[in-house]
Each structure stands twice: as C-alpha cells, then as structure tokens.
Design a binder for this molecule. Structure first.
Ligand code: CA
Length: 228
C-alpha cells in the first residue's frame, strides 16, 4: 500500500488509473497539470509519482526537472512516445522508471512495487538506533517506545512526534520544523501540534502545567529533555 500522485491530463486514462490503484488499496491523489503536481509534492509526501509526459502546461522533461528540484520522491514516467533516447535522458534526469502507453495494470503494479522496494530499502534506518532520554526509550526501527520500562501505546503520529524530539534531546524544535518533519507539511495550524502534544503528554503521565519530558516554549517550539 502506497500513497500515489497521478499526474495525467487525459480524463479517461486518469480515472482508469485511479480506479486500478484504489482497487489495489493504494491512496491516490490526481492532478492534470505539472504546476498542480509541483504544488502537491511541495505540501504532501507521496511514496511514488506517476508522471504523464504529455501535459498541457509543461514539457515532460521540464516537469521532471522541477519535481526533482523540490523532492526525491520516486517518479515513474508514463509516455505515449516510444522514444528510447528520450527515455534514457529522462532516467538520467532523475526518473526512477518508465511505462510506455498503453500499459496494463499488471505492468504498472510491477513497476510500482519495484520502485517502492528500492526506495524503502534506501530509506531504512540503520540498526541499533534506539534513542534514550532519561527513562524514555524510543526504538524507531521497531516503532516501540517505553517509559521506565513500560511500553507506551502510541498512535503512529504520536510515535513519530516522540521519536523526532527524542532524536534531538534538549533542543528546542520550532513548530514549523515539526510540521515539516513529522506531518510532512510546509504549512498548517498550531492546533494540530498542540492536540498531539497533549495526547502524548497524557500517555507520558504529565501535563503542560507540570511538564517532565515535554516542554512547550510559547511561540518558539517544543523540547524534549530528561526530567530534572
Ligand atoms: Ca497527456
């Protein structure tokens, strides 16, 4: 299961892709122009982008270069042109793979699986990356956290937030950075962070008024440090 951005201006091809990908239990967003695609990847983190080369606003290779300028998300190019020289050039420009139209669902699934396998293998954390802050232990690899030897029951986001802060003990992390790193958003409202912080605090057995590990510095950011 992956989150996929489909960039395709042909309504027919687009709906077919969305249908197939959704049936394969992927999460799909779709846009019809390169500029919309750039806006999407700037704000949302996708596992893979399927990029049509014949878009109305930008030439395919331009679109790819601009995408590469802001993200390293895997890109699979979909092209109706069976032009080997161009495909080689695009692969050199940072495309991860390509499909020649018309392509079958099976073909697309196989290419996507290969690209995802590669990117996940590359992104895996090295072993023994367990973080310790006071009585708090965070294991990003197993996605487990313990407080004084007791396993914490955290949601995915709570864990990500805790792990990010535990990786920088004693450092005040600006809210903007938390949004970007934990939520993968370049904008958003502070409430999102506050709500998750308060849930996390409750699970750590502390409050904002009487903090032990989690310290909020008004207007500045958040810091995790061992209790004094
Ligand atoms: Ca097209």
């Amino acid at each position: 299961m992956a989150s996929v951005l489909v960039v395709e201006d042909d309504q027919f091809v687009r709906s077919a892709l969305i249908r197939h990908l959704t049936e394969a239990s992927h999460t799909v967003r779709s846009v019809g122009t390169a500029l919309e695609a750039l806006r999407e990847v700037a704000h949302v983190r996708f596992d893979v982008v399927i990029l049509d080369l014949g878009l109305p606003d930008l030439d395919g290779s331009e679109a790819l270069k601009m995408l590469r300028g802001i993200t390293d998300v895997p890109v699979i190019i979909a092209t109706a042109r069976d032009d080997e020289a161009e495909i080689v050039r695009l692969l050199n420009d940072g495309a991860d793979d390509y499909l020649t139209k018309p392509f079958s669902v099976e073909h697309l699934s196989a290419r996507m699986a290969a690209v995802l396998r590669r990117s996940r293998a590359a992104g895996e954390a090295p072993p023994s990356s367990v973080l310790r802050v006071g009585g708090l232990t965070v294991d990003p690899l197993r996605r487990q956290a313990e407080l004084d030897g007791v396993r914490l029951d955290l949601t995915r986001r709570e864990f990500d937030l805790l792990a990010f802060l535990a990786g920088r003990p004693g450092v005040v992390v600006p809210r903007k950075e938390l949004l970007a790193e934990v939520w993968q958003q370049s904008y958003g409202d502070d409430q999102t962070i506050d709500v998750h912080l308060s849930w996390l605090r409750r699970k750590l057995g502390e409050t904002a008024a009487d903090p032990r590990y989690l310290h909020t510095l008004r207007g500045v950011g958040v810091k995790l440090e061992p209790p004094r």
